[in-house]
Ligand binder design. Structure first.
Ligand code: CMC
Length: 437
């Protein structure tokens, strides 16, 4: 990292000047190093939502939101989505390089042989109500992994961290599929080692013990691509949550659980489910104008789900790839005339031509299309966020590992601008007045 130049801050009230170093990465905006800001000035930096704050140094993923660029370890997402499988991308994110053939085979073999859950862990599901949201189950069961696999929880050991990564990647699809089977009252399906990662997931998720599940290669490729496109997205909310949880030394399963909880929110990973719910609410092409008006009304909390992005302000490169996959899947399944898919495509067309969305640079994001593809694959909408978690788990674990290995790593501890009551004395209970008045 280059630290050639500095940045001078001037306090307008008294003319005092403070020098702060500027850091340059390999690509992307320079960064003002404010680590000494408090020491020098007695002030904190204020940045709600971290819109201007780099929280760490990372070598995993690069995004240029203005140019619509997304690179994993330097490789463009378009090339990875076209030329690689999800497990190749996992290897890349975890190890920094694409695997040679023999390495990939070893990696795939390890994952294939860690997909089963401890049998007692399957009983854990029975503690949940059948109508529990699958993400509630995911939060519980992934957290519980630390109670079953504590033979390798020394986070200072690279060997243990690598084994945790393999276990997480291998077991997450099993847990996602079981979360679904449990809520619909169907028997759990055991993994099948002869199948690929995605085929096996579809077998566990959509198959049943009465007949053999025959995977459709077009749908397998579509899901593989969804996983690749969701695998990492630099310091997004859930990844930052994983890093923050991990910064205290918490175990990786606990950290992953915090990421899953964060992902659940509708502004993040909950968006793909929210897209489907929104489409069902809109109901018919004739109602689109009404909902577009609502989305534009400042006094109405309604937003078009699946539109807009914190960092992509021109287009989301993942959405472009997902849009193509969406059309492949709808064609393969002959679903272009299905009312909900027709509605989605018409909403996309109208919003893309509307001045409000054009001016605010609100384009369909990856979740707009992934929701449609997942529905076409037969995945119920309450499982969409769990599917996102399945893809993102590798990103979470790669960032967690990078953070633990960083010698500069410290426990995360943001500061605040306090705006509450100043010091006051506690009154006796009879002198407290009526707080509800
Ligand atoms: N529909 C209508 N108006 C919108 C929308 C939308 N989907 N998104 C943003 N706006 C408006 C917003 O009201 C604001 O208007 P104004 O400038 O007049 O106050 C302006 O656009 C900027 O919005 P913002 O909320 O300040 O932008 P942000 O960068 O903080 O939010 C976002 C990004 C993704 C949270 C937001 O666009 C949103 O809520 N989208 C819908 C939810 C969604 O699809 N989320 C998935 C994101 S992609 C998955 C992932 O990577 O996690």
């Amino acid at each position: 990292m280059n630290t050639e130049h500095s940045f001078t801050l001037i306090d307008d009230s008294n003319g005092s000047t403070y020098k702060l170093p500027m850091l340059s990465g390999t690509v992307g905006p320079d960064v003002l190093d404010i680590q000494t800001l408090y020491k020098q000035t007695g002030m904190f930096a204020y940045d709600p939502g971290f819109t201007s704050t780099a929280s760490c140094t990372s070598t995993i993923t690069y995004i240029d939101g203005e140019a619509g660029v997304l690179l994993y370890r330097g490789y463009p997402i378009e090339q990875l989505a076209e030329q690689c499988t999800f497990l190749e991308v996992c290897y890349l994110l975890l190890n920094g390089e694409l695997p040679p053939k023999a390495e990939l085979e070893k990696f795939v073999d390890k994952i294939t042989h860690h997909t089963l859950l401890h049998d007692q862990l399957t009983d854990f599901f029975n503690g949940f109500r059948r109508d529990a949201h699958p993400m509630a189950i995911m939060v519980g069961v992934v957290g519980a992994l630390s109670a079953f696999y504590h033979d390798a929880l020394d986070i200072s050991s690279k060997e243990h961290r690598d084994l945790c990564a393999i276990r997480i990647l291998a077991k997450i699809p099993t847990i996602v599929a079981m979360s679904h089977k449990y809520t619909v009252g169907l028997p759990f399906m055991y993994p099948q080692n002869k199948l690929t990662y995605v085929e096996n997931f579809l077998h566990m998720m959509l198959g049943n013990p009465c007949e053999e599940y025959i995977p459709n290669p077009v749908l397998v490729r579509a899901l593989d691509r969804i996983l690749i496109l969701h695998a990492d997205h630099e310091q997004n909310a859930s990844t930052s949550t994983v890093r923050l949880a991990g910064s205290s030394g918490a175990n990786p399963y606990a950290c992953l659980t915090s990421g899953i909880a964060c992902l659940w929110g509708a502004a993040h990973g909950g968006a793909n489910e929210a897209v489907l719910n929104m489409l069902l609410k809109i109901g018919d092409v004739s109602n689109i104008d009404h909902y577009i008006k609502k989305a534009k009304d400042k006094n109405d909390p309604f937003r078009l789900m699946g539109f807009g992005h914190r960092v992509y302000k021109n287009y989301d490169p993942r959405a472009k790839l997902m849009r193509a996959t969406c059309h492949e899947v709808l064609t393969e399944l002959d679903l272009h005339d299905d009312p909900i898919f027709k509605l989605a495509l018409e909403l996309e067309r109208i919003a893309l031509e509307d001045d409000y969305f054009i001016e605010k640079k609100l384009y369909p994001n990856v979740d707009f299309y992934s929701g449609i593809v997942l529905k076409a694959l037969g995945i119920p909408s309450n499982m969409f966020t769990a599917m996102f978690a399945m893809g993102r788990s590798v990103g979470w674990i790669a960032h967690w590992d990078e953070m633990i290995s960083d010698p500069k790593q410290k426990i995360g501890r943001p500061r605040q601008l306090y705006a509450g009551a100043t010091r006051r004395d506690v009154p006796s209970i009879t002198d407290r007045g009526d707080v509800s008045a």
